[in-house]
Design a protein around this ligand. Structure first.
Ligand SMILES: [Zn+2]
Length: 412
């Protein structure tokens, strides 16, 4: 499984560290009370940058089968995310004239959170999702779903069965693919001659500019700039013809790609604009990447100083949310029940469980109104506006919100 320290795209040896977050457990392996006294596997969370293709990446310490076969992340538990994907389906139908004669495939279709809106419009869809537990929910919603890992082999089988895609969607999946060449090659095979691929992924530029080191976790094998994605796609005969910047997940890119030989799609100016911005920032030079580590250490020190002072003043602090990113932050900073009494989450799957590594108990959100803490520490900071609105009544007892990223900030 562990292939040695080589670039997963171009096979060059990986010598340059982007950031080393030490040892961490898998961020979605929530523990039951019985598991608290057992050993927990911890793996290195060490991100490298390839000096040849500039792909930022973790080594593959854990197989995707271990991570994704039973997955606790259900996309449908965030309202703003559902709104985001619903808008997307409207825009796609409009822009690419998609109708009931077309076929749409989504890779890592989760619980059908997105495809359900195409189903509503009467457009045939197929989801591909390796986690059986979330795929089951999609099927119950009326979203046909294949439980499998996507790659060249599956793509060939799908084409034989007449399941080539006019629109091929992948949201927050490219980062989670250990064998990126097999995956992108599969997309090339599955895409019909005039089809369109759209993919969304967190933008490495935003991760680095805004200190979002907590979006690094074992499930995310790769961290993309536009220039690195363009290289990978070009290698497989695909071209990126448009790109949008999105607010989701702390700042993402949505790329639009087609077959290299597709004459109908012209390059949009936005592709050149973002590419130029990355080059101006230094995304093709190692010295730019080398500056990130120190910024991350400083963020940890500032956050811990704040928490230590708050505890010295006798304040109570609880968490809001138990997302994957929260677990990277808590483990890297060493924040356990000595700082945070408990956390809450809307996902019932997590209730009664404990955060991996740091063992903070997880309750339903209502618990906050019963215990009236001084501070609510928002772990999924990308949803901070939505959460502060939902929990605005904490102000009635003088409660305040803490947002840890890009640097610790208190909202009254
Ligand atoms: Zn490389």
């Amino acid at each position: 499984m562990h292939k040695g320290n080589e670039c997963r795209f171009c096979d060059s040896p990986l010598k340059h560290t982007l950031v080393d977050l030490g040892m961490s457990p898998l961020c979605e392996s929530y523990l039951t009370a019985e598991q608290l006294n057992h050993m927990e596997p911890f793996y290195p969370l060490h991100v490298y940058v390839c000096e040849k293709c500039f792909l930022a990446q973790l080594e593959e310490y854990v197989s995707p089968q271990e991570i994704f076969s039973e997955y606790a992340y259900f996309s449908s538990y965030a309202d703003s995310w559902l709104q985001h994907v619903k808008n997307y389906t409207d825009v796609m139908v409009d822009r690419f004239k998609i109708n009931e004669k077309n076929f749409i495939v989504e890779l890592a279709s989760n619980d059908g959170y997105l495809l359900q809106y195409f189903v509503e419009k009467g457009i045939p869809v197929l989801g591909v999702e390796p986690a059986g537990n979330v795929a089951k929910i999609a099927v119950e919603k009326g979203v046909p779903t294949l439980v499998d890992f996507f790659g060249e082999k599956l793509a060939r089988n799908m084409v034989v069965e007449g399941k080539g895609a006019d629109l091929l969607i992948g949201n927050n999946v490219l980062a989670q693919v250990p064998d990126i060449n097999d995956f992108v090659k599969g997309m090339k095979i599955l895409l019909k001659p005039s089809g369109v691929i759209t993919m969304e992924f967190p933008h490495l530029m935003r991760l680095m500019d805004e200190n979002q080191f907590d979006t690094i976790y074992h499930e995310h094998f790769s961290y993309f700039s536009l220039i690195s994605v363009e290289k990978i796609f070009a290698f497989h005969g695909l071209k990126v013809f448009d790109v949008e910047e999105l607010h989701t997940h702390g700042g993402s890119l949505r790329i639009y790609a087609c077959h290299h030989e597709d004459p109908a799609k012209d390059d949009c100016v936005k592709v050149k604009e973002i590419r130029d911005r990355e080059l101006a920032a230094g995304f093709d030079r190692m010295d730019y990447y080398n500056s990130f580590s120190e910024k991350v250490k400083e963020t940890k020190r500032t956050l811990l100083s704040f928490l230590i002072n708050a505890k010295k003043e006798g304040k109570s602090i609880v968490g809001y949310g138990a997302p994957g990113k929260g677990n990277t932050l808590l483990n890297y900073c060493g924040i356990r029940r000595d700082f945070i009494d408990y956390t809450v989450d809307r996902n019932p799957y997590k209730h009664g469980k404990f955060t991996p590594g740091t063992h903070i108990p997880i309750f339903p959100p209502d618990k906050i109104r019963k215990t009236r803490p001084d501070y609510v520490f928002i772990l999924p900071w990308n949803f901070k506006d939505e959460i502060m609105q939902q929990m605005s009544d904490i102000r009635s007892w003088g409660g305040k919100f803490i947002v840890p990223i890009p640097e610790v900030k208190v909202y009254e």
